[in-house]
Design a binder for this molecule. Structure first.
Ligand SMILES: Cc1cc2nc3c(=O)[nH]c(=O)nc-3n(C[C@H](O)[C@H](O)[C@H](O)COP(=O)(O)O)c2cc1C
Length: 187
């Protein structure tokens, strides 16, 4: 959808904007999908929070279509994921880059960033939160949160990175795995 339709997007409802596809029908290259313009959102309409994410992947885990991301343990979004056990990954056209970066600039724990961000919230039919401006939404059910342990990594580079990063428990990196429950793309 073009930017010229931006106003219309705000006025349209979820069904008008998105259609459901299966995980196998996602046609993006995974390496171009992750790493840019990608937001994780957890919570319900009355209280939700989003953060920018730069890493992760999509694939099969124990035969289930699954996404994974690496989050620092102090992320407020992670706290809500743990509480609600559900979340969305939202991917945006490049024109929303500024807003995506804004969601990564401060924590929702001690700011009003969800009120300030210039994106239009939308609830999926299953009650998860995303944004009308997204071009692809992946809804996930939490499968596992594991802690990246430097001793489990085989390359010196990964060990060094984690050992250097792990100054405090709040710096620990958590791998968040979620089973894909629904996939939505812009109509
Ligand atoms: C481009 C970009 C990519 C980011 N990628 C990650 C990431 O992969 N994992 C992570 O924990 N934080 C990442 N961050 C930082 C969080 O988005 C940021 O700390 C955010 O304020 C956390 O919000 P929250 O505390 O409201 O959840 C990224 C930030 C930016 C700007």
């Amino acid at each position: 959808m073009k930017k010229s339709n931006y106003v219309n997007v705000k006025e349209m409802n979820f069904d008008q904007l998105f259609k459901q596809i299966s995980p196998a029908e996602i046609c993006d290259n995974v390496f171009t999908l992750v790493g840019k313009n990608f937001v994780i959102t957890a919570g319900k309409e009355d209280h939700y929070n989003s953060m920018t994410c730069s890493g992760g992947g999509l694939g099969l885990l124990f035969r289930k279509p699954t996404t994974w991301c690496t989050l620092r343990s102090d992320r407020y979004t992670l706290e809500i994921i743990q509480k609600k056990q559900k979340y969305t990954l939202s991917y945006f056209p490049n024109e929303y880059k500024e807003q995506i970066l804004f969601l990564g600039s401060k924590s929702g724990r001690d700011s009003e960033k969800m009120k300030e961000v210039e994106l239009t919230r939308v609830q999926t039919p299953s009650g998860d939160m995303s944004f009308k401006e997204a071009r692809l939404i992946i809804e996930c059910k939490l499968t596992a949160i594991t802690t990246a342990n430097p001793n489990d990594f085989c390359t010196q580079e990964a060990k060094d990175y984690l050992n250097e990063a792990y100054k405090e428990a709040s710096d620990y990196r958590k791998h968040v795995f979620g089973e894909v429950t629904h996939v939505w793309v812009k109509k």
